[in-house]
Design a protein around this ligand. Structure first.
Ligand code: B12
Ligand code: SF4
Length: 581
């Protein structure tokens, strides 16, 4: 071996985001498969990714998401002192995001910064270094979109050393999404507005490798698994055939869109393939908000769509967002009612944020509604966003606090679970998945006991559930599950998922007060008349003709209405306009 590269995974894995579950750093195992053969590879994470534990290398490669910046810089700074002649490189979602935001200087301490897919740029860089030709490369190395049809399997020789630390397996299956939601930074990545799928044979090959390690829980990583429904069918059918050869009780979690409910054959196939939990961006129960943000595929009867999907036996982990321009005082109550009525048992609603590079970010910037990030890093706090909303701040905080306290109450929790089971048992579409369900409690508990912080979290969960009203609701939920199980075997994961999500949210938001919410209203620092003018201008073409039936028209109309409401309300930042309920 002539050269050595060390992938350093040093993120902030804060308690409220992974809830004690540790997943494989897929970027490192993926890119390690593209390192030239004569390089020695080390993948360092957790305790082994601390400066004192790290051995010398020619290249130290870092990656992360925006919120990881402080921990990445802290580790890199110390390593640089220890190994001054090494090259430090960085890639991952944070580099693209910072570039879009015009803040790439945050990564100035790195020798080279990589934007977007690394499968081709990393080996090019390593070869240039080995050939003493680094000066031919720019400091910021931008990738073309990598065609996943040419993807390699992850580097299992390294993965096998670490797999016991991880919850199940993470398999990347696809990149990209054909939709155009205004707030999303996936579809704006060059070439990413369509599905880019990995060969199904490679997915099965990786499943074989994982299964040989005894792994049966799979996180199928993608932006939208049904971005190309024909490929999704092909993939599901191949897994069904694979399961006939491997009698393992596998379970799969993935990300997809709500239009799945219109594809009954695909829902059946996915269940038979072992799909168990689906993350679906529902975003808002306010149909105007969906129009405003161009989430066209969600402009349907959401309760019906959610019930239909759940009726096949899936658990939905819903994405829900507050703070769209057209949200009114009703949104918090409507969302709570929707969750209960449609029997949704997961979800961690948040406030709209403008990600750099998105049309939403541009619109907020243009209208002076962006809140500048504090200090050097974009660090995520419990409830912290970068938009000045068109609702009074106090009303949003009040509404959110009310929503969380209601949702986490034993009464609402039992009601949502009861409805969930009622829908499942009444459904004629139910298809058993033949697996344990994603979120196996035995595997989760193994990881919980292995770590002191996780053990504390487990104790906190149990003491929350021990409160009399919570204990009663949990016991009732247990009995409801056992009764439903007689008609629909395999609902254990639904019960555990319900308890898991309930306790996650309750612990995350316990002791939450209005002061803990870092929210801003357009009344602070923004001229409402300018905003109204911008909304009106958005309605007019350059030639002066008024736009009809366009997204801009919808957005401008709702923004104008919201501005009017805001102007009519008590506009002081602390104003109590009654928007909360
Ligand atoms: C799976 C996933 C998760 C899983 C994590 C599983 C895991 N393995 O850790 C879960 C559900 C836990 C999760 C949680 C969160 N996630 Co997430 N997640 C994803 C998702 C869907 C896939 C990530 C992935 O593994 N991709 C596959 C790998 C191979 O891709 P990659 O890491 O991007 O690496 C490629 C390139 O970036 C590049 N590259 C990467 N690093 C480097 C380094 C070098 C040196 C080079 C040369 C190249 C390079 O090469 C790689 C191969 O092409 C992405 C969206 C997406 N499609 O990427 C969002 C995404 C990463 N998540 C995101 C967010 C915001 C979160 C949360 C903060 C959400 C929340 N509000 O709680 C939490 C944070 C959790 C935490 N503490 O880390 C954002 C990050 C945005 C940003 N710029 O900061 C993303 C991009 C989604 C989005 N567009 O909004 N997430
Ligand atoms: S459907 Fe999801 S991934 Fe696709 S553009 Fe909308 S938010 Fe992004």
């Amino acid at each position: 071996m002539r050269y050595a590269i060390t992938f350093v995974h040093a993120p902030v894995v804060t308690y409220d985001q992974n809830y004690g579950t540790r997943f494989a750093p897929l970027w490192a195992y993926t890119l390690a498969a593209y390192v030239p053969d004569d390089w020695q590879v080390t993948i360092a994470e957790g305790a082994s990714a601390t400066p004192s534990a790290l051995q010398g290398a020619d290249v130290f490669a870092f990656s992360g998401i925006n919120q990881d910046l402080p921990s990445i810089l802290a580790v890199q700074r110390q390593l640089k002192v220890k190994y001054p002649s090494a090259r430090f490189i960085v890639g991952g979602p944070l580099t693209w995001s910072f570039e879009q935001e015009g803040r790439l200087e945050l990564l100035d301490s790195f020798d080279f910064v990589f934007l977007l897919d690394g499968e081709e740029t990393l080996p090019r860089f390593l070869n240039a270094l080995a050939n003493d030709n680094l000066s031919a490369l720019p400091r910021t190395i931008r990738a073309e979109r990598f065609d996943l049809a040419a993807a390699r399997s992850i580097r299992f020789s390294d993965y096998r050393k670490n797999f016991k630390h991880y919850y199940g397996a993470v398999i990347e299956v696809s990149r990209g999404c054909p939709f155009l939601c205004e707030f999303c930074d996936i579809r704006v990545v060059p070439g990413n507005n369509r599905a880019n799928n990995k060969p199904v044979a490679l997915i099965l090959q990786e499943m074989d490798e994982y299964l040989a390690l005894g792994v049966t829980q799979f996180l199928f990583v993608c932006d939208n698994f049904i971005g190309n429904p024909a490929w999704a069918r092909e993939c599901a059918e191949a897994i069904i055939a694979w399961r006939e050869r491997h009698p393992a009780r596998i379970s799969i979690f993935t990300w997809l869109t709500i239009n799945l409910y219109k594809l009954p054959d695909l829902m059946g196939l996915l269940r038979r393939a072992g799909f168990s939990i689906l993350y679906i961006g529902i975003e808002s129960v306010n149909q105007n908000a969906l129009l405003e943000t161009a989430k066209v595929q969600n402009r349907v009867d959401l309760t019906k769509a959610v019930s239909k999907i759940q009726g096949y036996g899936f658990v939905i982990a819903p994405g829900l967002i507050f703070g769209f321009d057209s949200d009114t005082e009703a949104v918090f109550r409507d969302t709570l009612e929707f969750i209960i009525e449609s029997g949704l048992i997961g979800g961690d609603p948040s406030f709209l944020s403008a990600l750099p590079g998105t049309p939403l970010f541009e619109r907020m910037k243009r209208t002076g509604r962006l809140v500048e990030p504090p200090g050097v890093a974009t660090e995520r706090r419990k409830v912290s966003t970068n938009i000045r909303y068109l609702q009074p701040r106090a009303a949003l905080s009040e509404g959110f606090l009310w929503f969380m306290s209601e949702l986490n109450g034993a009464q609402a929790q039992l009601a949502r679970f009861r409805q969930h089971l009622a829908l499942l048992t009444a459904s004629e579409d139910f298809v058993p998945s033949g697996g344990e369900g994603y979120g196996s409690p035995s595997q989760y508990l193994r990881l919980q006991f292995a770590d002191a912080t996780n053990r504390q979290m487990l104790v906190a969960r149990l003491s929350f559930l021990a409160k009399p009203q919570n204990a009663l609701a949990a016991a009732r939920g247990f009995l409801l599950w056992r009764r439903a199980e007689k008609e629909r075997p395999g609902l254990g994961v639904h019960f555990y998922f319900w308890l898991y999500f309930w306790t996650n949210l309750a612990l995350k938001y316990r002791h939450l007060r209005a002061e803990d919410l870092d929210l801003h209203s357009a009344t602070e620092g923004t001229n409402l008349a300018d905003l109204a003018r911008d909304a009106a201008q958005a309605l007019v073409h350059a030639d002066g003709l008024v736009k009809r039936h366009s997204k801009a028209q919808q957005q401008a109309r709702h923004t104008s209405l919201a501005l009017q409401r805001l102007a009519d309300a008590d506009v002081s930042p602390e104003g109590q306009s009654g928007l909360a309920r």
